[in-house]
Design a protein around this ligand. Structure first.
Ligand code: PEP
Length: 252
């Protein structure tokens, strides 16, 4: 089975006002001029999705950071996958550690959100990762594989699912696991995907996330079973983000 192209995805979190349009047009232009060997995605706050999707920036897909598990109903303040689909979102992040921590989302909830995303034809980017306490206790592999098992729906395919391994302690801290540690977790994720989905599991992209920047991207992205990156802080400025995208040009 052929794997999809690698993906470099930006998660803007709760950052970005209308002037952020500049970053998307700049990113589009950088890719036009220099090329990119991976797909490129930005997930802005909900408020910007429609606006950014109406720009003429074909090199940059626009996705969402979350969705509700239901398509409509009495859920004040929530946004459904169907609404995101109407705005042209082809990707929806689910289970980011900040949502698991801030909103108490369980892996079962994440699983239901992934199904909702898939049901509207979007690709669910399912996030998993251990805390520093869990890593120091030697539980990282156990935690990640347990989260993964419960968070991935049976409906997962190469086209509708991407996994993002994001150690919680590496997010926004400037700390990055060693290449050996990343390789160990990504291999465990790959093995679980193969066990569960057969050959199809070999072609599901597995992203690494946690303090990725231009200076460490080439090393992280060259680790076996790393098929791209999920990037927070360094995705806010087009030039910084493009340095990560360009790192793919130096691989293989
Ligand atoms: C993230 O929030 O998904 C993330 C990886 O953030 P950062 O790149 O800032 O560590």
């Amino acid at each position: 089975m052929t794997a999809p192209r690698a993906l470099v995805a930006g998660n803007w979190k709760m950052n970005g006002l209308k002037q952020a349009v500049y970053e998307i047009t700049r990113l589009n232009e950088l890719i036009n001029v220099n090329g990119a060997t991976c797909d490129v995605l930005i997930c802005p706050p909900f408020t910007l999705i429609g606006h950014l999707n109406s720009l003429s920036a074909p090199n940059v897909a626009i996705g969402a950071q979350d969705c509700h598990m239901n398509m409509s109903g009495a859920h004040t303040g929530d946004i459904s996958a169907e609404m995101l689909n109407e705005l042209g979102c082809g990707y929806i992040i689910v289970g980011h550690s900040e949502r698991r921590a801030d909103h108490g989302e369980s892996s079962e909830t994440v699983n239901a959100k992934a199904v909702a995303a898939q049901n509207v034809g979007a690709t669910a980017i399912i996030c998993v990762g251990e805390t520093i306490e869990q890593r120091e206790a030697g539980e990282a592999l156990d935690v990640v594989t347990t989260q993964l098992k419960a968070s991935i729906p049976d409906s997962a395919t190469t086209d509708n699912t991407i996994i993002a391994y994001e150690p919680v302690w590496a997010i926004g801290t400037g700390k990055v696991p060693t290449a050996a540690d990343v390789a160990e977790v990504h291999l465990a994720v790959r093995n679980q995907l193969l066990d569960r989905f057969g050959a199809g599991g070999d072609a599901i992209n597995i992203l690494y996330g946690g303090s990725v920047k231009g200076s460490n991207a080439a090393e992280l992205m060259s680790v076996a079973n790393v098929n791209g990156a999920l990037v927070g802080g360094a995705s806010l400025k087009a030039d910084d983000f493009f340095d990560i995208i360009a790192a793919f040009g130096h691989i293989g």
